[in-house]
Design a protein around this ligand. Structure first.
Ligand code: CTP
Ligand code: MG
Length: 234
């Protein structure tokens, strides 16, 4: 499943982030192509911006044509990522036991990462996240009421125990269905599906991610993504 219904506010003005171009091709198309290339993927459910469902369907008819066995479904998303994932879950065909949730905003994830996550779920994990070590030391602070003011440091977690998590995150379908239903009941809104599994007592494991699976979030990320793509093509 590919949540792609966000507006991309941090990227600045323009089209919804998933439809912004990278190397002349919409970010979403890159993301869907990687998934369709994985032998582990049978069906791709794309959660599109509410007013962009028809446009996204047309765009993707091409992208996935190269692997006819991958079925493509496009549904409208919600106002939060969690709502969008829930819309995607509701559109999954029966008989699917394993779900990979992959941000459209991570267009350059290597297919090996997709395969590794799927394999870890097939091997028995209920929730799997790809992750990488952090380059920066991280400080926990007391956030200032106004941006720009100095913020007192509360703690410095040991960097060797921290990981930055990426997608695709892999789940047993029943587990993901259950934690999303509970989140609605309890009024919780999370940006991370694995975080919901943890919160409700499930076990999440980490497998190695990849530096090229970074999320296109701010304008500088687009510059980096263009450079990575150019390097791959050279
Ligand atoms: N997403 C979604 N539905 C939403 C919000 C986010 O499907 N209502 C998706 C985005 O399209 C993206 C992924 O979740 O592929 C990760 O979210 P993020 O990087 O935060 O994207 P946006 O929410 O679009 O960006 P921003 O937070 O800067 O507005
Ligand atoms: Mg967002």
């Amino acid at each position: 499943m590919v949540p792609a219904a966000g507006r991309g506010e941090r990227l600045g003005p323009g089209a919804p982030k998933a439809l912004r171009e990278l190397g002349g091709v919409p970010i979403l198309v890159h993301a869907v192509r990687v998934l369709a290339r994985s032998r582990a993927v049978e069906t791709v459910v794309v959660v599109a911006p509410k007013d962009g469902v028809a446009e996204v369907r047309a765009l993707l008819a091409d992208a996935i044509g190269e692997r006819e066995s991958a079925v493509l479904v496009v549904v409208p998303g919600g106002d939060t990522r969690q709502e969008s994932v829930r819309a995607g879950l509701a559109a999954l065909p029966p008989g699917v036991d394993v779900v990979l949730v992959h941000d459209a905003a991570r267009p350059l994830v290597p297919v090996d990462v997709v395969d590794a996550v799927a394999r870890a779920v097939a091997d028995g994990a209920e929730a799997v996240v790809p992750a990488v070590p952090l380059a920066d030391t991280v400080k926990q602070v007391t956030p200032a009421p106004t941006a720009g003011l100095p913020e007192p440091v509360v703690a410095t977690p040991d960097r060797s125990t921290l990981r930055a998590v990426q997608t695709p995150q892999g789940f047993r379908r029943d587990v993901l269905d259950r934690v999303h239903a509970k989140a609605v009941q309890e009024g919780i809104d999370a940006t991370d599906d694995a975080g919901l599994v943890e919160r409700f007592g499930g076990r999440v494991v980490v497998v190695p991610g990849h530096e090229e699976a970074f999320k296109v979030t701010r304008p500088l990320d687009l510059v980096l993504a263009e450079a990575v793509l150019a390097r791959r093509r050279s």
